[in-house]
Design a protein around this ligand. Sequence first.
Ligand code: ADP
Length: 150
Amino acid sequence: MKRAIFPGSFDPFTLGHHSIVKRALAFMDEIIIGIGINENKRCLMPVEKRLESIRKLYADEPRVKVLTYSGLTVDFAQEQEAGVILRGIRTVKDFEYEEGIADINRQLSGIDTVFLFTEPEYSAISSSVVRELLHYGKDVRAFLPEGMEI
Ligand code: ADP
């Protein structure tokens, strides 16, 4: 069983995230979307709401599970018996940062990180851009998977 965890804050879960999950399902048996809980971070959507709306999105996909976790991502990955951590890369800057984290995670746990490059049409969409647009009262539906509620 090839199981990956896809960790993030997913505040909110965007089309870019959705595309990464879809592409990873082509070579993984199961994806666990792990919503990291960080009490010090101000969020747009309460964790419960994120959990519910992402679960709804994958209600018909038994190979995708959505959970919350706190603490180290590698501890969560080990708990879930996931062989790899999945991360999406939008920019070169993302990659430089993520490479360092992946190294630390591998040293801590032996668990490797698989990177998928974001498709160009989604690379400008980050959760923080969506949050910013919402702040200014813009319609963000075009950046969210169909049926996703925020
Ligand atoms: P974090 O708070 O850990 O950066 P995010 O919720 O922003 O978490 O993102 C979760 C994962 O999805 C990360 O691997 C991030 O690089 C990736 N990601 C973020 N935005 C996109 C996007 N538009 N397309 C693909 N992957 C993305």
